[in-house]
Design a protein around this ligand. Sequence first.
Ligand SMILES: Cc1cc2nc3c(=O)[nH]c(=O)nc-3n(C[C@H](O)[C@H](O)[C@H](O)COP(=O)(O)OP(=O)(O)OC[C@H]3O[C@@H](n4cnc5c(N)ncnc54)[C@H](O)[C@@H]3O)c2cc1C
Length: 463
Amino acid sequence: MPSSDNNSTDKTLYDYDLFVIGAGSGGVRLARMSAGMGKKVAVAEDRYLGGTCVNVGCVPKKLFVYASHILEDLEDGRGYGWSTDGKLKFNWQTLLKNKNTEIERLNGIYHNLLVNSGAEIINGRARFIDNNTVEVNGKHITAKRIVIATGSWPFVPKFEGSELAITSNEFFFVDELPKTAVVVGGGYIAIEMAGILNGLGVDTTLVYRGNLFLRGFDEEVRAFVKEEVLKKGIKLQFNDNVVALNKTNDELIQVSFESGQVSTAGLVLYATGRTPHLQDLGLENVDIQLNSKGQVVVNEQFETSVKNIYALGDVTGGMQLTPVALAEGMFLAHNLFNVHKPELIDYTNIATAVFCQPNIATVGLSEEQAREEYDDISIFVSSFKALKHTLSGRDERSLMKMIVDKKTDVVLGVHMVGSDAGEIIQGISIALKAGATKKIFDQTIGIHPTAAEEFVTMREETR
Ligand SMILES: Cc1cc2nc3c(=O)[nH]c(=O)nc-3n(C[C@H](O)[C@H](O)[C@H](O)COP(=O)(O)OP(=O)(O)OC[C@H]3O[C@@H](n4cnc5c(N)ncnc54)[C@H](O)[C@@H]3O)c2cc1C
């Protein structure tokens, strides 16, 4: 196939200037921005508009987290004088129905955003035929540039009875809430799912083969969260793994562990990582380089090893977060089609949250990373009972932690465990992005009474 100049539309050569495979976070942003810049764009999607985040990720998860926290809020109300007459009931079907209605509304918004931008939506699975051609629903479509924005897919290892396990994909649609559940995994999705189930009254065990979950997070945060999660009633079974699942007569699943222990559960949910979603993409027809994890290798401009094929978002590995995929989609649209070229994406100090209960949020370096990278650091830590829990009586504590480079006074990392941690750390991440020093934090006058004010009143170095 001949290729034409980078900035012109050559309708005689190709059907589209840009063909995006996958209408998830990154793909939709890229497609609608590029169409908005006057380019002829199509986006293929075979499941759901909005991708993982909207349909089986961030959004339904956060709605379920809200649902799972309500009983605790009501219990906390007792110390404030509130009581119920004991008839409070939870209906899983109502939650599912309302969640589905909201997701459908969001699917509609994504549809309108794309169509109004001028991008064409093609419902179907796309497959590469060659570097400039894809096949969707049996039809060959050509494009000058093709972008792989196909996201990632839950990975369940193969073992005896592994087909009985579900993943987050199915959890958002299960017909009935079980009485008991086993969640397997040590990453943020596993701990969030365990928190949701536990909060909704399901007897939940979290199984992880390592000795502590949330690898990669600050060690002190991990240990602190372990204690808080235990207080909530989640059973933690670390240094163990599932070896077999078998259906019992009463439709429960018998779970056999490496440790020799055997238990039963109504639901076994695997959250043991995600792999790039590249199945049936026709990669055998294009010479795209993958890394050892099977992720698409791209450079900082999201170019793959094939000149006119790009990839972004989860499928490339990276941070696997929606705002990152959005930023990459936006970058690529401008880089390809805007005369003013954008700055490369800066991946430092990207804040993240874990919506376990209580929440975790973090930005910058962990203490362990900072010790490796810097000669001399100061650590400021505060652990306290939030004002709300003085009257609620709940034995829940919050943790705030700040890591500072002694030489420059620059704040290297900020971590929080506690209510609304994500909301608080989002603001703090701007300060870190701006290179704030500890002195600037100290000069900032707090908002009283809040938990967040703790970050501007940490005077005593902990170590
Ligand atoms: C349970 C869970 C909770 C999460 N929570 C958060 C959170 O709180 N915050 C956060 O920032 N991130 C969260 N994430 C991660 C976030 O959802 C992803 O990082 C983000 O969706 C990645 O966007 P993407 O564009 O790369 O891929 P996706 O959003 O996955 O979109 C890819 C799309 O491509 C489609 N597709 C794949 N192959 C083809 C094909 N051949 N043809 C046509 N279409 C195809 C798929 O159907 C999908 O719609 C969560 C993920 C999960 C699973």
